[in-house]
Design a protein around this ligand. Structure first.
Ligand SMILES: Nc1ncnc2c1ncn2[C@@H]1O[C@H](COP(=O)(O)OP(=O)(O)O)[C@@H](O)[C@H]1O
Ligand SMILES: O=C(CO)[C@@H](O)[C@H](O)COP(=O)(O)O
Length: 552
């Protein structure tokens, strides 16, 4: 006789991020029971993505075919089963999705979703005809400057947009993207019966009907009133007609949406009582997966680099984003997103070492902090803050007034210097943008890092030095967004099941009551860090100013 069913119950989490779909099955102590992943570029080459995305014909245009995500779900589930994952034990499932991307359901798609045949793969049924937009915009797309200006002007200006939605209009945000589809492809907009975010798309697949958008990820749309946690009528009206019926009513990220659809019961032996929990954005989910106090700075070094902080009150940031908090549903989270991140590090690594991270680290570690005065900015794609594009390298001779300040130097004298200039430049950029919002860093700041590049200790040492702060990682630490999805599944179920006569535990206390949170201090700043990096921060700002305004 095995353990009682209650003890055997598991929680399933997904992370549909830019480059891959990952799945994790956690046991009742939130230990990892099974894991699987599907990489879009290599496992699904028929979609011809690079770094998980397709570049469109226009400048700054990026999209994916949503069927790729459906096919990835078929494969990842099969891979979990091949690892002996017993999906009949899953008590709740939730997801984390790359933020801002949108999915436009056709009438036929919704009816297919509701009537899935368990003998067939999902992608054989939810095919191109399920969507009215088959090149669906993702977060990397920056082609909606016109729509951003129109929306901001119509609500009464940039600051009004910040006050209402937590962010000025950003090109990748879903509202401007929806408006572009409404303007340029009005038939598609007319035929879009419902619109999902990538996160709510994951829940929809499991629910067998279009799932609501949660208000944490919903804050990345320029459409949600983040204090009222509901759609802002003003923003909907300036975006596109009859949008509220296409979006549905937003819900708390803790919402139990219903039971898993029959398809999963029949095909994968899920129990019919398995609950589907609202999914949320990948940065929101990463914050949920990082089990530290609200005073920590959390950083994700994924396809994008992001900085995340918890906030009790809504601050009015003119740059960056304030979102509804994913786990403390009265609070907020601050998010800074940097577009030129892992893919740029990967590109430089490829050209300098042939793509060998050990060699990359050897080069990074063999150069001194401060890099002999050599600094670089690598905005290969249009950066988000500041909106600037290009590469600029300064050696120690160049000052802002130099005739060659805008041109900089063509290249540095060695791959070692190139690599240090890249990593220091990226971290100086992140720190400078955060400081412009009023944040200050020092030895008392505690930093927790996650994301693909957080396995790289030499990069983490540069983070520690540039921020002059100790850097930590957590168990299963480079996959906080994935873990956060499964943790939220467990917590939402607990909220539904707990004795209503008692006050429920808060999210962090509940998760920590089930699992230990082993934090590893991996890097401490060198004693001379501030002395080296404070002047470089000033110089970096000059470089960024010159790059953004080469003629001034
Ligand atoms: N050892 C390493 N050093 C630095 N970067 C790494 C290393 N291993 C993986 N990465 C980076 O991690 C990135 C993927 O991060 P991940 O968080 O999984 O991405 P996402 O969730 O955005 O799809 C890759 O683009 C790769 O450049
Ligand atoms: O646009 C943003 C956040 O505003 C990005 O951070 C996306 O959410 C993609 O995340 P990753 O795939 O880089 O984790």
């Amino acid at each position: 006789m095995g353990p009682p069913k209650q003890l055997k119950r598991t929680f399933l989490g997904f992370d549909l991020s830019t480059q891959k779909l990952k799945a994790v099955l956690l046991g009742s102590s939130l230990e990892v029971v099974a894991k699987a992943e599907v990489k879009f570029d290599t496992d699904l080459p028929e979609f011809r993505t690079t770094g998980g995305a397709n570049a469109g014909p226009s400048k700054n245009e990026y999209y994916v075919q949503p069927v790729m995500w459906v096919k990835a779900m078929d494969i990842v589930l099969d891979r979990l089963v091949m690892q002996q994952a017993d999906l009949s034990t899953v008590a709740a499932v939730s997801g984390s999705g790359q933020q801002h991307g949108s999915v436009y359901w056709s009438k036929h798609g919704i009816s297919t979703l509701q009537n899935l045949n368990s003998d067939k793969f999902l992608h054989a049924q939810i095919d191109d005809s399920a969507f009215v937009v088959n090149r669906t915009p993702i977060w990397m797309d920056a082609t909606t400057t016109k729509q951003c200006l129109e929306m901001e002007m119509a609500v009464g200006g940039k600051l009004k947009m910040v006050e209402l939605t937590g962010s000025k209009c950003y090109e990748r945000f879903t509202g401007p993207q929806i408006r572009k589809i409404y303007q340029k492809r009005c038939h598609a907009y007319d035929e879009a019966v419902r619109i999902s975010l990538v996160s709510s798309f994951i829940s929809s697949l499991f629910l067998g009907s279009v799932a609501p958008i949660d208000f944490s990820d919903g804050s990345g749309m320029n459409l949600l009133n983040i204090r009222k946690r509901n759609w802002s009528k003003e923003c909907l009206n300036v975006c596109a007609p009859d949008l509220d019926e296409r979006l549905g009513v937003p819900v708390s990220p803790n919402t139990v949406l219903g039971n898993v659809s029959k398809y999963f019961v029949k095909r994968f032996s899920f129990t019919p009582e398995c609950k589907v929990i609202a999914s949320t954005g990948d940065n929101c989910s990463a914050l949920s997966g990082m089990l530290v106090g609200s005073n920590w700075l959390t950083i994700s070094l994924g396809t994008s680099d992001t900085l995340m902080v918890s906030m009790k009150e809504q601050l009015h940031w003119e740059e960056g984003h304030v979102l509804c908090h994913p786990t403390d549903t009265e609070a907020f989270m601050g998010l800074l997103c940097f577009r030129n991140a892992s893919l740029v590090r990967e590109g430089v690594n490829k050209s300098m070492t042939g793509g060998n991270w050990d060699k990359f680290n050897e080069y990074l570690d063999s150069t001194p902090r401060g890099n002999f005065g050599n600094m670089a900015i690598h905005f290969i794609d249009m950066e988000i803050i500041p909106k600037a594009q290009g590469i600029l390298r300064w050696n120690k001779e160049i000052v802002p007034s130099s005739p060659d300040a805008a041109k900089g130097v063509i290249k540095f004298s060695s791959p070692q210097i190139e690599i240090r200039a890249l990593v220091e430049g990226q971290m100086l950029h992140h720190r400078a943008v955060a400081e412009d919002l009023g944040y200050r860093f020092g030895p008392d700041t505690q930093i927790l890092v996650t994301g693909g590049a957080s396995v790289n200790k030499s990069i983490l040492q540069t983070v520690a030095d540039v921020f002059n702060s100790p850097v930590h990682v957590q168990d299963e630490g480079h996959e906080a967004a994935l873990m956060g999805a499964a943790y939220r599944a467990a917590y939402s179920l607990y909220l539904q099941e707990h004795d209503k006569k008692k006050e429920p535990l808060c999210y962090r206390d509940y998760i920590l009551s089930l699992t230990s949170n082993k934090l590893d201090l991996v890097c401490e700043p060198h004693k001379d860090s501030e002395q080296i990096y404070a002047p470089m921060l000033l110089r970096y700002r000059e470089m960024a100013r010159v790059l953004a305004n080469p003629d001034t």
